[in-house]
Design a protein around this ligand. Structure first.
Ligand SMILES: Cc1cc2nc3c(=O)[nH]c(=O)nc-3n(C[C@H](O)[C@H](O)[C@H](O)COP(=O)(O)OP(=O)(O)OC[C@H]3O[C@@H](n4cnc5c(N)ncnc54)[C@H](O)[C@@H]3O)c2cc1C
Length: 229
């Protein structure tokens, strides 16, 4: 006898199933694909693990971080590589900048982005909450690419900023929401783009996203039906 049917076995669906399971409900998860995980997908290829979707976590994502504590999961070792050059494709050519110049341009560009209206603190006076102030409504539909265009930066600096924002968002700036960047900036408490890069691309889960997903699925005691339709 099933009490609740959850559609989709991404992290949202599995979290719902886990909460329901812990509350004593019998859950059936119907997943369209052949696997659980949704936009996270850890694969072993040629003997090496690969995360083909979401992978990085940070304590600025308090709910995800709490799950690590709950299941006693640690962090995967991070490979530290020194940046020796900044390269950017701009106006039909590859530009190679020394680190001081590249980081200087990026620092200015991020500062301009955060100084533009609306500012992070206006939208997120309490960064751990959803946007609560009226300021967010005006930019709710705005992409990062649209906001970057408003800054009228020189082409090289604009393209450098867009490249870095692509790694911050794991998506082209045209698909990244300005609000998400403002939320991250409000939580970070600094304009320093290297701290943002650390927050969005440094820490991985020991055993990968699948290690967490498998534990949550086990706790849910749900029946998982893949290729459901
Ligand atoms: C390339 C990439 C990199 C990313 N990097 C990070 C990162 O480093 N850190 C981070 O925190 N986040 C990252 N993300 C974002 C993160 O992966 C997602 O926010 C998160 O996985 C979304 O989980 P979800 O459960 O909300 O949705 P999804 O993962 O999309 O899950 C939805 C599930 O529902 C299923 N489904 C949908 N419709 C139906 C239906 N009608 N019937 C049955 N099943 C259905 C889908 O097949 C899917 O399995 C990244 C995303 C991508 C794509």
């Amino acid at each position: 006898m099933v009490d609740v049917i959850v559609i989709g076995a991404g992290f949202a669906g599995v979290t719902a199933a886990r909460e329901l399971g812990v509350a004593g409900r019998q859950v059936l998860i119907l997943e369209g694909r052949a696997r659980a995980g949704g936009r996270t997908w850890r694969q072993i290829q040629h003997g090496h693990p690969f995360e083909l979707g979401g992978a990085y976590i940070h304590w600025l994502q308090p709910h995800v971080w709490a799950e690590l504590t709950r299941y006693g999961l640690g962090l995967a070792p991070t490979s530290e590589q020194e940046v020796t050059e900044v390269r950017v494709w701009s106006e039909g050519a590859l530009h190679r900048l020394d680190v001081e110049t590249g980081y200087g341009l990026l620092g200015e560009a991020y500062a301009a982005l955060y100084a533009a209206d609306p500012q992070p603190g206006e939208c997120f006076p309490l960064p751990y909450q959803q946007a609560t102030s009226p300021a967010w409504a005006a930019v709710a539909e705005l992409s990062l690419a649209q906001q970057v265009e408003r800054l009228n930066l020189p082409p090289l600096q604009r393209d450098l900023l867009n490249a870095m924002l692509t790694t911050d968002m794991s998506a082209p700036p045209g698909e990244g929401a300005l609000l998400e960047l403002l939320r991250l900036r409000a939580a970070l408490g600094t304009d320093d783009f290297t701290r943002l890069a650390e927050a969005t691309g440094t820490f991985m889960i020991e055993g990968g996203t699948a290690a967490l997903l498998d534990r949550m699925l086990a706790d849910s005691r749900a029946e998982l039906c893949t290729e459901a339709w």
